[in-house]
Design a protein. Structure first.
Length: 131
């Protein structure tokens, strides 16, 4: 049994096998997920688990070199925007629009669906390297 980190077996496996430049999306409960992209559905009930809880644990295990977030997050959910920016302050940020972010999910290794019920609580993480 793992002692720490991501306990969800499939999510842990995806993180462990991501290569430089691969992407993974951490999403709110409402983000549409393309049929061909794996959905890791963690949603249990409204806001369970919370987006920031999941994002924090993933960032602790994944070497992240950049992230993509929608401008609409800043406009409609400013606290979420600040929390994302604070958690990922050391990596490159790419600001886009929500439609472009949704289109970018087509290239993600997986979309992790949280129970978050906050508008535009979505981020795409780009894997870096540890060396």
């Amino acid at each position: 049994m793992k002692k720490q980190g991501v306990f969800h077996g499939r999510l842990s496996q995806i993180i462990a096998t991501m290569g430089h430049g691969d992407t993974i999306c951490i999403a709110d409960v409402g983000l549409p997920i393309p049929d061909q992209v794996e959905c890791i559905d963690l949603a249990v009930s409204p806001n369970v688990p919370a987006f920031l809880q999941v994002l924090t644990v993933v960032v602790e295990e994944l070497a992240v070199e950049g992230y993509q977030v929608a401008e609409e997050t800043r406009q409609h959910s400013p606290q979420m925007w600040e929390d994302i920016a604070g958690l990922l302050a050391q990596v490159e940020a790419e600001l886009t629009d929500h439609e472009s972010l949704k289109a970018a999910t087509h290239n993600c290794r997986a979309v992790v669906r949280t129970g978050q019920c906050t508008p535009y609580a979505n981020v795409i993480l780009r894997a870096g390297v540890t060396f």
